[in-house]
Ligand binder design. Structure first.
Ligand code: KG4
Ligand code: ZN
Length: 414
């Protein structure tokens, strides 16, 4: 039985009494039968400590999450050792809460699935070592999970989406377009050449000091930009989308970030406002940056749809585009994508916001998918390591660029 020894920060063997209390805390009913396979999912790849128990049919039996957003907002970004310490302090409680809520005892689990790649090394390490101890203790199979694959497959927990489908993953750390052909069969069509859109929005929000804005102080950067943009005019500043002449599906957001930075500096001078205070034109800047990012994302996605249809990788009339990741909860970006899917006769599907951001459910569900397909289920965890960097699938971004598909102009009336 694992009990986190908080002072030492390591796991220790507890007394019999504490073991009994720990088991009792799961409301374990002897004789209770689960008809479906059950997977415990554990996520610690970045700044959320999350866990969930999901069954084979997609029922979420229990979940728990501890977000570090507020702490990292204060330091102006994620400080890896701080994230690691917060994961250490919370993982035992979060896993226990998810199991208790599901009324499942660890012995009833079919497997334990945990994010092992990609992500922050120090954060991944906490989830992996905690999971390996649970695996060892309860003699369960272990399913290592790729964080981006889990984001991509989450939609299948909610909707009957058959392979293949196109996925756009947009978050704070990632930005990619991929064709999902199977549970562990991905073709990478495009990726960000520099930073991810969430990272760009976080940086612009920080430069605009939105943490000092009474309506946005507890929001992530992206959410704060979306909130403020509603009060601004997206056409107040004329900002051109990046990479207009590159006929591939790659993305770039650092140019937009620097452009926003220069614009803010110029406005600070004009308005006579020192750095660190909120500009009167902040809402217009937020709206223009958000709209430019939305148009850029929409254009690259449009090209990916056309490429897949041209190569018969996607159905001509029945194609599905799934959008996930933290930035996918942005309604302005979703509307831009809706314009693209309407023009290309595709169906646009987005998981609900709580499943777009990092969570334990997507990890547990990926575990279920892998159990059902019989891929990547380990009965021996010797040599298992976390991998901070790990690309998704087979990279065909060059082939996509060589196809140089011209994308018809669409009116982005959002
Ligand atoms: O998927 P996620 O929780 O974590 C990873 O990056 O993997 O995404 C977090 C990112 C942050 O950059 C945050 O600013 C952004 O998603 N985000 C948003 C919104 N909500 C969160 N960006 C734009 N609009 C939102 N409503
Ligand atoms: Zn994520």
């Amino acid at each position: 039985m694992l009990i986190l020894n908080k002072t030492a920060g390591v796991f220790s063997k507890p007394s019999r009494r504490r073991t009994y209390e720990f088991l009792r805390s799961f409301n374990f009913h002897p004789g209770k039968l689960f008809l479906h396979k059950l997977v415990l999912g554990i996520e610690t790849s970045c700044d959320d400590t999350a866990a969930a128990v999901v069954d084979e049919t997609g029922n979420v039996l229990g979940e728990a999450i501890h977000s570090q957003t507020e702490v990292h907002l204060k330091t102006g970004g994620i400080v890896p050792p701080v994230a690691q310490q917060l994961h250490r302090e919370n993982i035992q409680r979060i896993v226990q809460e998810a199991l208790s809520a599901s009324k499942v005892s660890p012995s009833e689990l079919s497997a334990i699935a945990t994010t092992v790649k990609p992500g922050l090394a120090l954060s991944l390490g906490v989830g992996l070592s905690f999971s390996l101890q649970l695996v060892e203790q309860f003699k369960k199979p272990f399913i290592p999970i790729h964080h981006m694959e889990a984001h991509a497959l989450t939609i299948r927990l909610l909707n009957k989406v058959e392979f293949p489908f196109l996925v756009l993953l947009i978050s704070g750390g990632h930005c990619l377009l991929a064709l999902v052909r199977g549970v562990s069969d991905f073709l990478l069509l495009g990726k960000s050449l520099d930073i991810a859109p969430g990272d760009m929005l976080d940086k612009v929000a920080r430069r605009l000091s939105l943490i000092k804005h009474p309506e946005c102080s507890t929001m992530s950067g992206g959410k704060a930009i979306e909130h403020l943009a509603k009060q601004g005019n997206k056409l107040h500043f004329d900002i051109k989308p990046p990479m207009q002449h590159a006929k591939n599906c790659d993305f770039s957001f650092s140019g937009l970030q620097h452009l926003a930075d220069r614009l803010i500096t110029q406005k600070e001078k004009e308005e006579g406002i020192p750095k660190g205070q909120i500009l009167s034109s902040a809402a217009h800047i937020a709206a223009a940056v958000q709209h430019t990012a939305a148009c850029h994302i929409a254009k690259r996605t449009h090209r990916a749809i056309l490429f897949c249809k041209q190569r018969q990788l996607l159905s001509q009339s029945n194609a599905v585009l799934v959008v996930s990741g933290g930035v996918a909860s942005n309604l302005h970006i979703r509307k831009a994508l809706e314009i693209v899917t309407n023009a290309t006769q595709c169906t646009l599907l987005c998981p609900p916001p709580r499943l777009c951001t990092d969570n334990g459910i997507m990890i547990a569900w990926n575990g279920i998918e892998r159990l059902r397909a019989g891929v990547g289920v380990l009965h021996n965890t010797e040599g298992i390591r976390y991998e901070p960097k790990c690309p998704l699938g087979v990279d065909i971004t060059e082939e996509v660029g060589e196809a140089a598909i011209k994308v018809p102009w669409l009116k982005m009336e959002i």
